[in-house]
Ligand binder design. Structure first.
Ligand SMILES: [Ca+2]
Length: 206
């Protein structure tokens, strides 16, 4: 009985570990020097445009550092390996503060999928999914809001990409959106089945 419980604990533990593993590097932006986007290296991440800052502003980070974006000429992305048919859960924490509230813009989180044999450049995505937005007109300020969703890697895809950016310009935009703890995880369906298979094998061995 004890052995059975231990085996179950082991399987559950492995499943929990697998389910919680973030496929991204530096998803919490804790690594790298602070500074303006494009002028400092941000380990794990790629970016375009100048309108962002890797910062450690008190009250605007989870742990000690975060990113912020304030114009639609800039954004961040990171690639991760994918398997066709697997569903990926993608999320980010976002924060608009009353001292510098995001107005007349929204934040956007996207998932894109590529076949690296074809290419990973503009116009080469097999699939682009706008997962979610931080809506500046209706989402709360001064509290972290999770945005995200899930997407299934299409046939032929071996590269997934999470993209974070500012969109939906309206007259007189302003403020900034803080972004932290970006997470990509495969849904545990296939892994859970593997775990169950392992449990059955272990029980039969007894
Ligand atoms: Ca952080």
């Amino acid at each position: 009985m004890v052995r059975k419980v231990m085996l179950c604990s082991l399987v559950l533990g492995l499943a929990a570990t697998a389910a919680s593993a973030n496929l991204l590097v530096n998803g919490g932006f804790e690594d790298g020097d602070t500074g303006q986007l494009g002028t400092v290296a941000l380990p794990g991440w790629n970016s375009w445009g100048p309108s962002g800052w890797h910062h450690d502003d008190a009250g605007r980070t989870l742990d000690t550092k975060a990113m912020k974006l304030w114009w639609d000429d800039a954004g961040l992305w990171q690639d991760f390996a994918v398997t066709p048919g697997v569903t990926y859960d993608v999320s980010a924490q976002t924060l608009s503060v009353s001292a510098e509230p995001l107005v007349q813009w929204n934040g956007l989180i996207k998932a894109e999928f590529y076949d690296s044999a074809v290419g990973t450049g503009p116009g080469q995505a097999l699939l682009e999914v706008e997962l979610d937005r931080f809506y500046s007109a209706s989402d709360p300020i001064d509290q972290w809001v999770e945005i995200g969703g899930s997407a299934i890697a299409p046939a032929g895809a071996d590269v997934g990409r999470v993209v974070l950016m500012i969109v939906d310009w309206q007259p007189d935009p302003g403020g900034a959106l803080n972004i932290d703890n970006v997470v990509v995880t495969p849904e545990p369906g296939a892994l859970a089945l593997l775990g169950l298979g392992a449990a059955v094998l272990l029980r039969r061995r007894r």
